[in-house]
Each structure stands twice: as structure tokens, then as C-alpha cells.
Design a protein around this ligand. Structure first.
Ligand code: DHB
Ligand code: FE
Length: 281
């Protein structure tokens, strides 16, 4: 049977991808960040997942604002990096797992989560930067990816609680897949940041610390946060953190193996957590 063996929470700041693509990891500005990624890369190599369910958001790249779905599951064989204005990132094509995707889609819909499905889509920095963070620059990504795209850019976004419950449903779906697959769920985006308006550049270390301190063992205090609280405390784009709650919902008894937090990175606080599932059900 397939099994969820871990979870990763990870910021997706586009500058991180651009720095890696240009070989700037040892520049003074980026070195402390990339140094902090080393232990997480070692950890995931040891955990050795076959598949990543990558919970991310599209930034009006594959999906224009003409059609905004709350939750979209990718069911394709592969996903090309999107051209976000500077040409597509020079990273490997993202190999999907169409059979696992189809199974998860069926389970989620029968579990009463009304998913949209994407037979074909490109993937932007929201998906490719977390792969860079965890896997550096391989010739081919060492995992297959099931993309799960969440609307965090257009009001009304789903609640953090809804994301948590969808994570729990993901766990049920994975557990009923017959093949032996080791699955890790990535929740991406965040941490605190605001890219526009009078508060552009906002970073709230206290809020980020509160989020990181509670996510593993007391996620219920976070699932109760309202959209207004995210915007007030974490900035308008800080609401991306609801995707970390989906990752957490997919884990039953996580143990925190690594945590890293670095500010500033671009306009954003870069956070990273690695959780290992301790229940073997
Ligand atoms: C930045 C962060 C994001 O999450 C994003 O989608 C775009 C830009 C930034 O900090 O520059
Ligand atoms: Fe973003």
C-alpha cells in the first residue's frame, strides 16, 4: 500500500529559484539561505520518497483570473515549467504520476471534496522552487509529483480549516492506493510577506514563530485563524500559509526533524520544516 512518510513546509520565493538557476548560491546574500537547506536535502534523501504531493498555488500563470478554481488536482503525465516573463526556468520537466493522481481525484470527489482537474497545465515558481529547495539541481527530479493547486490569490480563498480537512482526505486516498509508494506531502508558500500597498515588505517574525511552534503539535490553534488574521499578522500574501495546513492535515503523528527560518529573502520570510510521520498505518 502507499503510505505518507513525511511532510515539508517550504517557502517558494521566486528569487531562490533565480539564484539557483544562475549559480549564485555562494553569493553573500544567498549563502546563509542555501546553507540552511543542506540538512533538509540530506533528510529527504534518507527518507527516499517515490512521490511528492505538492500543494502549491499558481500565480495567474497556468490559470488566468478568468477562471479561478479553489482546488485543482493535476492528473497529467508531466508538467512543463511556466514562462513567467524571463523564459521558463531551466529545470527538469516535472514527471507526474497519472495513475496515482486519478486515484486521489476519485477518492477526494467521493469523499465530497469538489476538485477541479487539470489534464494539462504548466507549473510556476510556486511548484518548481520548493523542488529546488529540497532537491538542488539534479538532471532529473528524483520524485514523481502530484500537483495540488490551491486558490490563495483571489478572494474568497478556502479557509485553513478546509485545507487541513482536505489534507486528512489526502491521507485516506493515499492509504487506499494498492502499490507500495512512499509519499511526502509538501505545503508551500509563505511565510509572512506582503508584496503590494502601504505595508509592502512586511515581515512578522513573531507570527511566523508562532505558526512554526504550533504546526507540528497543536495545528488546531492555526486552523482557527481567519483570513483577516492572516492578512493583519502575516501580510496579504502570508495567507499562502493555509497550504502548510493541508500538509499537516495529511500527517497523523508527525515528528519535527528540521526547522529553518531566514529573513529577509526578497520581500519574504523564508521558512522550512521537515516532519517525519511516526505512525505506520
Ligand atoms: C515573492 C514571494 C512570493 O511568494 C511570490 O509568489 C512572489 C514574490 C517575493 O518575496 O519576492
Ligand atoms: Fe507566492
Amino acid at each position: 500500500m502507499a503510505r505518507i512518510v513525511g511532510g515539508v513546509g517550504c517557502s517558494h520565493i521566486p528569487a531562490i529559484g533565480a539564484a539557483a538557476d544562475r549559480g549564485m548560491e555562494n553569493d553573500a546574500y544567498f549563502k546563509p539561505l542555501f546553507d540552511g537547506y543542506g540538512p533538509a536535502r540530506d533528510w529527504i534523501k534518507t527518507l527516499n520518497p517515490d512521490v511528492v504531493i505538492l500543494v502549491y498555488n499558481d500565480h495567474a500563470s497556468a490559470f488566468s483570473v478568468e477562471l479561478v478554481n479553489t482546488f485543482v488536482l493535476g492528473v497529467a503525465d508531466d508538467y512543463e515549467p511556466h514562462d513567467e516573463g524571463y523564459g521558463p526556468r531551466p529545470v527538469p520537466i516535472v514527471e507526474g504520476h497519472a495513475e496515482l493522481s486519478a486515484h486521489i481525484l476519485e477518492c477526494l470527489v467521493l469523499d465530497e471534496f469538489d476538485m477541479a482537474l487539470a489534464n494539462e497545465m504548466t507549473v510556476d515558481h510556486g511548484l518548481t522552487v520548493p523542488l529546488t529547495v529540497m532537491y538542488d539541481k539534479p538532471a532529473a527530479w528524483p520524485v514523481r509529483v502530484v500537483p495540488l493547486c490551491v486558490n490563495v490569490i483571489k478572494y474568497p480563498q478556502p479557509t485553513g480549516n478546509r485545507c487541513f480537512k482536505l489534507g486528512q482526505a489526502l491521507r485516506r486516498a493515499v492509504a487506499s492506493y494498492p502499490d507500495d509508494l512512499r509519499v511526502v506531502v509538501f505545503g508551500t508558500g509563505g511565510m509572512s510577506h506582503q508584496l503590494q500597498g502601504e505595508r509592502a515588505g512586511l515581515i512578522n517574525r513573531d507570527f511566523d514563530t508562532y505558526f512554526l511552534d504550533n504546526l507540528c503539535d497543536s495545528p488546531d490553534v492555526l486552523t482557527r485563524l481567519s483570513h483577516l488574521e492572516y492578512i493583519r499578522d502575516a501580510g496579504s500574501e502570508g495567507i499562502e500559509l493555509i497550504m502548510w495546513l493541508m500538509m499537516r492535515g495529511a500527517l497523523k503523528a508527525p515528528a519535527e526533524r528540521y526547522r529553518f527560518y531566514h529573513v529577509p529573502m526578497s520581500n519574504t520570510a523564508a521558512g522550512l520544516v521537515c516532519y517525519e510521520e511516526t505512525l505506520n498505518d
